[in-house]
Write a protein that binds this ligand. Structure first.
Ligand code: ZN
Length: 292
């Protein structure tokens, strides 16, 4: 594969704004959605070009991040990562410390992580049988993980047993195929399970899911890898829980069908076609001063 326009060995200083892999992306500031938690973003494998707005840029312009096309693109069979929510969280590195306390939902003796792992393994069997390579990923994903798709599996609890249904989300500042991946799984999963889509309880921990927050964490999948998070249903709801526990093959088929549809609609050559350019974060605003 050719087309890498950004030199990244023996001459990385040729491109203004180039930040090599692992170096801080301090120029961009702090996530404005979470100013209390300054992130320690670092450039992913392959580095990033930070293009700050020039003197002639329009007011409010935040510049862009250009991510060069990865050097080691996937070859061979289509590859899919299935992340098991909360699996091996105790092995997470320091940067994910906040997540270590999140052990997942638990209801009537059923632990979410066990459900997530069970469904993930069934999805892997179905996809393997179709010639697709599958990586079952724990809490800590490989930095810059490259694949044709990644789906993170979770199950939910609302603490009272009222909510029902499944939820999905993807992050910002990533490639252009995440809407398509989400739509494909949303359609096949709804059809297979009969569950309603719960659009009203999609949280910021979903839309900012850490394994897709490559501008914030080192242990995030490549922004080129199309990724979504799926909350498969509510463990706290009697009907949803019965489905999760008693019909795991149905759920796995619904997820697999969506992934297969996405892969057949989206050639690898399109996913890894060209450098990715996404908006940078605005600079962190100064802390408000108390008014007398
Ligand atoms: Zn979870």
């Amino acid at each position: 594969m050719t087309g890498n326009v950004i030199p990244r060995s023996g001459g990385t200083d040729v491109v203004p704004g180039f930040v090599p892999a692992g170096a801080p992306l301090g120029q961009i500031g702090t996530d404005p959605d979470d100013p209390e938690d300054p992130w320690s973003a670092a450039a992913p494998p392959g580095g990033v070009v930070v293009q700050t707005p020039g003197p002639s840029a329009s007011p409010g312009s935040v510049g862009t991040l250009r991510v060069p096309l990865p050097k080691n693109l996937p070859t061979g069979p289509r590859r899919v990562g299935i992340q098991v929510g909360h699996w091996k969280t105790d092995e997470a590195p320091t940067e994910l410390d906040k997540l270590v306390v999140q052990t997942g939902a638990s209801w009537e003796g059923v632990n979410e992580v066990d459900v997530n792992l069970d469904i993930a393994q069934r999805v892997a069997v179905i996809l393997n049988a179709r010639g697709i390579a599958v990586d079952i990923l724990p809490t800590t994903v490989p930095s810059g993980y490259l694949a044709d798709a990644v789906v993170a599996l979770h199950a939910d609890s609302d603490g009272v047993g009222e909510n029902s249904g499944f939820k999905m989300a993807h992050n910002a500042r990533r490639g252009t195929y995440e809407d398509a991946l989400l739509a494909a799984i949303k359609s096949t999963y709804a059809k297979a399970t009969g569950l309603d889509y719960d659009a009203t309880h999609i949280s910021r921990s979903m839309t900012g899911y850490y394994i897709y927050s490559w501008t914030r964490f080192q242990h995030a999948v490549s922004p080129f890898t199309p990724g979504v998070i799926l909350e498969m249903g509510y463990l706290s709801n009697d009907d949803d829980r019965a489905l999760l526990l008693d019909k795991p093959d149905l759920l796995a088929q619904g997820i697999s069908d969506g992934i297969l549809r996405f892969l057949s609609d989206t050639p690898r050559a399109k996913i890894f076609e060209k450098d990715l350019v996404v908006p940078a974060f605005p600079s962190r605003p100064p802390a408000p001063t108390a008014t007398p």
